[in-house]
Design a protein around this ligand. Structure first.
Ligand SMILES: Cc1cc2nc3c(=O)[nH]c(=O)nc-3n(C[C@H](O)[C@H](O)[C@H](O)COP(=O)(O)O)c2cc1C
Length: 190
C-alpha cells in the first residue's frame, strides 16, 4: 500500500508553503489534503490562484477534502493511524488556538485532535508576528500534548538567492522532521 500523509492548509499568510509541500509530498505519498475556507481567500490574495484553478490542478495522488467534510476517513483514528501523520502549513493562530483547546469544529481541527490522541506526528508551521501571550501559551500547551510547533522562519546560512530558495528551506525543514529525504536546501557542512 502506498504511504499516506495528511496536509492541511489554513488561512495564515504563506499558502505557498502548503502548495510547495503538496508538490513535494505527492511525489512519494498519497496526500489527504484539507484546505480551510480562509486559506482559499489568502491563496487568491497572495498567489492569484482561485479556488477553482487550485482544485483543477491538484496532483493525481491527492485526495481533497473541504474543512466541512467532517465525515472524511482521516477524521477517524482508525484511518489516521495508517498515515505518516499530519502537517498544518501554514497554520493560522486561529487553528492553533482551536487545536490547543480541543475544539474540533472543522475537519482540520478534528484530524489534529485525532493525531494527538493517537500519538501520531502533528507538525504545525505557524505564521504570525509578533506573537501574543495567548499564541505562546497555546504553542506551549500543544507542544506538551506532543505536537511539533515551528514558526515559518527561513534561515540564511545556506545563502538563498531566490524566494523559492527560502520557501524550500522551510519546506525542507518540515520534511526533515518526518524523515523524508530531499535536496531542497544545502545542509550546513561546518
Ligand atoms: C491576506 C491575509 C493574511 C493573513 N495572514 C495571517 C497570518 O499570517 N497568520 C494568522 O494567524 N492569520 C492570518 N490571517 C487571518 C486568518 O485567515 C483568519 O484568522 C482565519 O479565520 C483563519 O482561519 P483558518 O485557520 O480556519 O484558516 C490572514 C488573513 C488574510 C486575509
Amino acid at each position: 500500500m502506498e504511504k499516506e500523509i495528511v496536509l492541511c492548509i489554513t488561512g495564515a499568510s504563506g499558502t505557498v508553503y502548503g502548495l510547495r509541500l503538496l508538490e513535494v509530498l505527492s511525489e512519494n505519498f498519497t496526500v489527504n489534503l484539507i484546505v480551510s475556507n480562509s486559506a482559499f481567500t489568502v491563496m487568491e490574495k497572495e498567489l492569484d490562484i482561485s479556488k477553482e484553478e487550485f482544485l483543477r490542478k491538484l496532483p493525481e495522488n491527492c485526495i481533497f477534502f473541504s474543512q466541512n467534510q467532517i465525515y472524511a476517513p482521516v477524521a477517524s483514528g482508525s484511518k489516521l493511524v495508517q498515515t505518516e501523520g499530519v502537517i498544518v502549513a501554514p497554520c493560522s493562530t486561529g487553528t492553533l488556538g482551536a487545536i490547543a483547546n480541543g475544539i474540533s469544529s472543522n475537519l482540520i481541527h478534528r484530524v489534529c485532535d485525532v493525531a494527538l490522541k493517537e500519538r501520531k506526528k502533528l507538525y504545525l508551521l505557524i505564521r504570525e508576528m509578533p506573537l501574543s501571550l495567548i499564541h505562546l501559551q497555546n504553542m506551549e500547551r500543544i507542544t506538551q500534548a506532543g505536537a511539533i510547533v515551528s514558526v515559518a522562519s527561513p534561515g540564511f546560512y545556506h545563502k538563498p538567492q531566490t524566494i523559492e530558495d527560502m520557501i524550500d528551506f522551510v519546506v525542507g525543514k518540515v520534511l526533515d522532521s518526518f524523515g523524508i529525504k530531499h535536496n531542497l536546501y544545502k545542509r550546513w557542512q561546518g
